[in-house]
Design a protein around this ligand. Sequence first.
Ligand SMILES: [Zn+2]
Length: 73
Amino acid sequence: MAIELYPSSFRCDCGHDSYFFENTVREMKNMSIHKRVRLSDSEDNKHTIIFFQGKAIEIICPQRGTCTITDSQ
Ligand SMILES: [Zn+2]
């Protein structure tokens, strides 16, 4: 299962970790209160994190498609 790794990283179902700056994730969470926003990492194996209602809800994986974020650590 995809998980959020506190404070600003995300692990996909496929085992890929996406790292972001803490400020970036905080900003995305604020922006996502009323609409969905997307944050992509800049790696070859590109993953996109979807934020909505102030939290990260899904990871879009190039191999597995949409993975729901079910947990945070
Ligand atoms: Zn993945």
